[in-house]
Design a protein around this ligand. Structure first.
Ligand SMILES: [Zn+2]
Length: 329
């Protein structure tokens, strides 16, 4: 169940602003919630709908127990409408049927809320139709337009709504959300340091391949320490056949980069920053065998390998040279 308390953990500024407006009874009749995927736009929209329709709200805090709160939570309140793209776009018919329903006054009170998800996907006709609707707002109607691409919204729509920007999640925020989804912490920690997009991080975690890739990279660092002379053979046999696509190799290099950054953190006694935290012993062991300067050079070599891969040098050559460099470190 979403609440102000819950949503303010990730979007304190937006939540504070909305709660203030409710308290002062100065809610706008239209808002644009813009921000990356996974930043909580829909969650905030639902809490706002509850705060607006709740029968016992105190200072904008919904009670969660009245019939309005309960029906919004379960997604079947007759005066809260959610419009989502029908296929690739939001079509004029969808906006028209919303207007038709809203033409009758609220089923139970005069208050109504509509939420348009991916509002940037409205066709021009749909957007123009919505525009007319925004121009003649019922006094008790709130429009919430959610978008990841605010610049794709018509200027005329943007000028008639108040825009609230949702901040990208901090890595810790993403990590916590992944753990809430029962993703094992070592995997979640790695994914949340690869992307600041929660949805993307979750997708990465759910691919079995990712856990295997992680294990492969850990294994490579072990080979480099323990059997440096065999590294090139192992690279050919086990790695390049596993990281076949360029995209996969790019990811492998990112993981390797995180590993060496962890190593640097250990040199700097910042163990709390280590991402491969379940490999702390191996990292500490490696740190004893190398210097901070060498670790810095290794990081530089990985960055060089990444840029060579981008400029279409053969993956085999890129990786062979990298492994030779890392072996020296
Ligand atoms: Zn309530």
């Amino acid at each position: 169940m979403v609440s102000w308390e819950e949503t303010s953990k990730t979007q304190p500024r937006v939540v504070k602003q909305l709660k203030n407006s409710i308290k002062k009874q100065r809610l706008a009749h239209a808002y644009i919630f813009e921000g990356a995927h996974g930043t909580g736009k829909m969650a905030v929209a639902k809490v706002l709908a509850k705060a607006f329709l709740c029968k016992n709200a105190i200072d904008g805090e919904p009670c969660e127990n009245c019939s309005n709160c309960k029906r919004i939570t379960s997604g079947n309140h007759p005066d809260v409408h959610i419009i989502t793209p029908d296929g690739q776009s939001i079509k004029i018919d969808q906006i028209r049927s919303l207007q038709k329903e809203f033409a009758y006054s609220g089923m139970e009170s005069s208050k109504k809320v509509y939420i348009v998800e991916h509002a940037d996907k409205m066709t021009v006709q749909a957007a123009n139709s919505l525009l007319k609707f925004l121009e003649e707002p019922g006094s008790d109607t709130i429009a919430l337009l959610l978008t990841e691409q605010v610049h794709h919204l018509l200027e005329t729509i943007r000028s008639r709504a108040q825009t609230l920007s949702f901040s990208p999640l901090a890595p810790e925020g993403i990590l916590q959300k992944l753990i809430d989804q029962e993703i094992p912490k070592p995997i979640a920690a790695l994914a949340s340091s690869l992307t600041s997009d929660y949805a993307e991080a979750l997708e990465i975690c759910r691919e079995e391949w990712f856990a295997q890739a992680r294990a492969k990279v850990i294994q490579l660092t072990e080979e480099l320490r323990q059997r440096p002379d065999y590294c090139l053979v192992v690279l050919q046999d086990q790695y390049l056949s596993f990281f076949k696509e360029k995209e996969q190799l790019r990811l492998a290099l990112n993981l390797l980069l995180i590993w060496y950054r962890d190593l640097l953190s250990i040199h700097l006694s910042k163990t709390e920053n280590v991402v491969f935290f379940d490999q702390l012993q191996a990292l500490e062991h490696q740190a004893l065998q190398t210097s901070q300067r060498k670790t810095g050079e290794a990081l530089q070599s990985i960055l060089t390998a990444q840029s060579r891969l981008r400029s279409n040098v053969s993956p085999l050559m890129v990786m062979e040279q990298l492994v030779l460099r890392l072996r020296e470190g």
